[in-house]
Design a protein around this ligand. Sequence first.
Ligand code: LFR
Length: 491
Amino acid sequence: MKRVWAFDIGASNGRLMVNSFDGKYMYLEEIYRFPNFPVQVTNNYYWDILNIYSEMKKAMKKSIYKGFDQIESMGIDTWGVDFGLLSNTGEILCNPYSYRNPRNIEGMERVLDQISSDELFGLTGLEIASINTLFQLYTIKEANPKLLEQAETLLLTPNLLAYLFSGQKYNEFTISSTTQMLSAFDKDWDKNILDRLSLPKDLMAPIVEPYTIAGETLPAINKEMEMDPVKVTYTAGHDTACALAALPLEDDQSIFMSCGTWVLIGVPVDDPVTHANAMKWGFTSEGTMDGYYRLQKNNMGMWLLQQSRLIWEREGITTDYENENRLFMESEPLQSLIDPDHPSFFTPNNMIEAIQQFCRDTNQVVPKTQGEIIRCILESLALKYRWVINHLEILTGKKLKRIHMGGGAIRNQILCQLTANATELKVIAGPIEASSIGNAIGQWIALGEVKNIKEAREVVKRSFPLKEYKPQDSDKWEDKYNYFNENILQG
Ligand code: LFR
């Protein structure tokens, strides 16, 4: 039995999984999980990168203590777009900013004054979204130019963390494809974009393909951890690319949904899709672990519920899944709907008030009780997912037949069932830890233990439970979808 460490760091929590492989089956052992969240300091949001790093080291210690100490390799995946800046001596120059900074919208507008959104989309295949690295960088250039002047190297979050363990400075392909600076044509930095915006041309560390073994843990780490050196492998650095690698898609009529704070819905494609409608409908093409692309839409996911829970907790009401399911069941179906991706839900002070305001503004019943809010969120999400899948069918010209849902949010069985109902498609849910498993798959392929993604998906099917949801109540959803499409979706 061989073992790797898969660090999967999300925007709401990070975890270390030991993934063991005996040549036929894969086993997963959760070692440690820790919270992660953007820290607000006056008007900016930051990631506490050194806290993430020390939690990762704590996790390694725990693994060793539990007897999982013979480790072949470690790999790191995270959410997309964010990054750290290094000085010429290799030190981190400032706490990495979080993509939730409202100021990025201005940065985006200033960039689009210089390069049109049509052109940028055509060059990169990436959706024009204010969170993208390019717009964040431009915002820094305007708000804090000295910082950019001192910066010698930009490393995207998973690669910044890998650097702290290995000293290697590279940006991996899948995470680089979330920046809006990677060329859709040759998988390299589009230096022309940087040049036109007077951004430093040599800032971006070179790209490496997934499945690259970067080196090994630094002597100082080995000493601190009291361990032998461990290989540091560039698996897919982007959590969504990892999740896709682990979902056992059957054929080209299968849809993937990676479900967490965000819900990413799409299909694998050979090349970036830069068709005008893809841009109009907010689709994006990002890299896959095997060097191709995912045509997908990034949608709101559990963020709406996570933020509502914070408000309930502030009011002294604690919730858990079971309790939430019961409250959901007790409230009336399909009463009030929101557009989950409306800007008012991106960083609100009070998510519940923002939801209520949306319902008021659209002349609907205003949800009040906890159950009503939960219903409003989950049913709206499911209807939005139907919209996305309809538009994916138009873009690909294919009839899509089944949905593979993975990620932590599939613990919410109601969301899985509502997705099946609203889309009238069969849902196959699992594995829950799709990103961590995909992360390990990238390492097993790099180590030569698994041949390719196809073979890895067979291992996943053998090793982890999958659950099926069949669509129910189709007629109710059909009517509501039309109403949702015409009256609720904005923009
Ligand atoms: C999901 C994800 C999405 C990306 C969002 C922000 O965790 O990686 O793919 O769009 O985070 O980076």
